[in-house]
Design a protein. Sequence first.
Length: 573
Amino acid sequence: MSNSDRYILGINSAYHESSACLIDNGQLVIAIEEERLNRVKHAKPAKVDNPHVLPLKSIQLCLEKAGISFQDIDLIGYSFNPEMRLSKNKDLQEPCIDGDWGSESGEELFYRKLQEVTQILSNFAGVDVSRKFKWLDHHLCHAASAYFVSPYEEAAVLVVDGIGEFESTTLYKGKGNKLSKLNSIDYPNSLGFLWEKMSEFLGFSEYDACKVMGLASFGHYSYYYNSFKEFINTKSGNFSIDNDIIKFRINDFSALEELFGPRRIAGQELEERHTDIAASLQKITEEIILDLAVDLHHRTKSNNLCLAGGVSLNCVVNGILQEHSSFENIYIQPAANDAGTAIGAAYILWNQVLGNSKNYIMDNPYLGPEYTAEEIETVLDNNNLKYSYHENIEEVTAKLIAQGYIIGWFQGRSEIGPRALGNRSLLADPRHPYMKDIINMKVKKREGFRPFAPSVLAEKADEWFKIPNKQLSSNFMLIAYDVLKNKQKTIPAVTHVDGTSRIQTVQSSSNPKYHKLIKEFEKITEVPILLNTSLNKLEPIVCSPQDAVNTMKKANLYYLAIGNFLVDNTWSK
């Protein structure tokens, strides 16, 4: 490796949220999740027999965006260390399924499949990539994905997820182009796995932590808080989870049922007990992470905190950290889950290994593919759709939203991360008291309790929300803020039951078209806010124009604003 290395490819595929990114002289050219291209949620499930299933569509798109071939790639960072995983997980003497996670045969299979990665990548590239390829620790990649693209020259970094190779929580100090590990908490003491297990206990899938977080606001934590304390021990800067009760590796909920009552089966009616369990889980998570932040601040004395890992998508926790921790500034990049580790892998090589100074700040999430007007029009014609062209598409769309229509909005480059942030969005009027129910029940076909987030003009945000200290990460819909009491009745569709909103502040500098749309809506309604949710229906967020057309039809949308074209789907009703 040398300082002349220019193009660095980052790859994530060990578990889920498979992804790839490309940096050019330290600048992030493109970052894309494989699910957006293969149309499978999370790209693939996390299984011991599939870590070698690489995000090849994403890798190809990275090369195309940069206009290079694989031979031009100087270095490849992969966000996992197989040796570390195998050495620490194959003989834990815990209940597990033979051939699956935690068993000797399962861990060895996972290891062997990972060893196939370089050969598969070489076959795809048409050249031997082994000398360019670097295995990198998973949590270090998480930390790098936040710190190296943050606006800070030094920061404390907290990584919290299910599991890396063996760590579930890790504390780092970032300074200049280096990350130094301060402390770690290992499996089975895992908040990420706790949320997965409790999501399943409450009748959802292991990937549905966001649903449980939304449900928590309807409950009271006092009823089951002590039940969680039966198997979660907390102390200053640390916590532990009794795996004899939680049984992470097997589908056994018997000990949990003794504490919380019968497990809810998917499809069963939600009871008050379920909301109270969710509220207790949220409360104890808040306490643990706030305590970790106190310890991290004591160790680093930094004013800046970077967060990464799937648990960092918990916007309520992030809001509490902003209000109650000693850190003045908090940064979370939009792909805080495993998708972001591809970005981290690339920047470890660029900054920490090659020794380059930090020279990139991720201040917007629009890092995926975009499509020309000609490409869009071809798709519309091929689908025999009725459409019209409008130079003032923002004004036309704002009028339709103000009239009560739910609009598909497809513009520019797609977002990285699990949130739609104004380029692949479903938009509606936040003033409508029944809009949340209409979208949940009729459009999205999902649980009625799930909240929706507002996109608000950045310059007007503190007129509607209690924002103690504006953060860059509020651009990414990752921090919950209180809606001002005198505004809650004006925007009921984006005010959660607890009086909060997971806001996205929209700046004209980062997304001028979306900013203009909200501005046009404000001219009509005097409300500088839109309800914004992802443009999808029971599938990954749309990526291509054809995806958008498919979703318009599945969701029975009347209108789709795609580029400067307005598709009128009313004629097919």
